[in-house]
Unconditional design. Structure first.
Length: 232
């Protein structure tokens, strides 16, 4: 894990960090095979800035859980869509450090290169961890995007300045698509292939779905403990 910059920054400094690091992103496949693939998600407390990071590592291609980790923390960075990594990055790095099995590829609930500065959450953390990473977002950062066909595997390319930076991908027939883009050390085509391979019966790829379930369950448990301590 390479230290890239401090996280205690303001909005202007965050933009500058993204601009300074984006050219270090490698959009080429740097691995021969995948034996373990991870998903990462963050859950927020209903009140305050308390958050919880969750990661689940699955074997590939059979997608059985082989490791998981959670971490709790606080954030002081505001919610700004194109700066999500500055809000969630520190807790996800803390969570990653708790894993016993390191994945060959990570899927993040956020964008990679399909980002205004081509440096979304998946690119940022992929660079920080020096790990192949994929951005898999449920919503776009732009209100204008192409619509793919209704069949699973259909996609439309997202372009920025004439270059393909991601795709709008249908992962389940006639269900809302996802927004897929490479993060770091992987290409767009391989990102699409891996996401589709991880989507079995659901719209969300299994590593992300498991991470979301873990974060949600631990988050509910933590909120109950907080409520109980206040009523004692």
């Amino acid at each position: 894990m390479e230290f890239l910059h401090p996280w205690d920054v303001d909005e202007r400094e965050a933009f500058e960090i993204q601009e300074s690091l984006k050219d270090r992103i490698l959009l080429e496949k740097t691995f021969k095979k995948v034996d373990a693939i991870g998903g990462a998600d963050v859950a927020y407390a209903k009140k305050g800035e308390h958050l919880l990071g969750a990661m689940v590592i699955l074997s590939f291609p059979d997608l059985e859980t082989i490791d998981m980790a959670v971490a709790e923390g606080q954030t002081s960075f505001p919610y700004i869509p194109s700066l999500l990594s500055f809000r969630e990055g520190p807790i996800l790095l803390k969570t990653f450090s708790q894993l016993r099995i390191k994945p060959d590829v990570m899927i993040f609930d956020g964008h990679g290169t399909a980002h205004p500065r081509r440096f979304g959450l998946a690119s940022h953390l992929g660079l920080w961890l020096n790990l192949p990473s994929i951005g898999c977002a449920k919503t776009p950062l732009s209100i204008h995007y192409p619509t793919p066909g209704g069949l699973k595997g259909s996609y439309e390319v997202i372009q920025k300045e004439g270059k393909a930076v991601g795709v709008v991908l249908r992962t389940k027939e006639n269900v809302k698509p996802l927004f897929i883009s490479p993060g770091h050390r992987i290409d767009l085509f391989t990102s699409i292939q891996l996401v589709l391979a991880c989507c079995r019966r659901f719209r969300i790829p299994e590593p992300l779905r498991h991470a979301h379930q873990l974060a949600k369950s631990i988050g509910h448990s933590a909120e109950r403990k907080i409520h109980q301590s206040k009523t004692l």
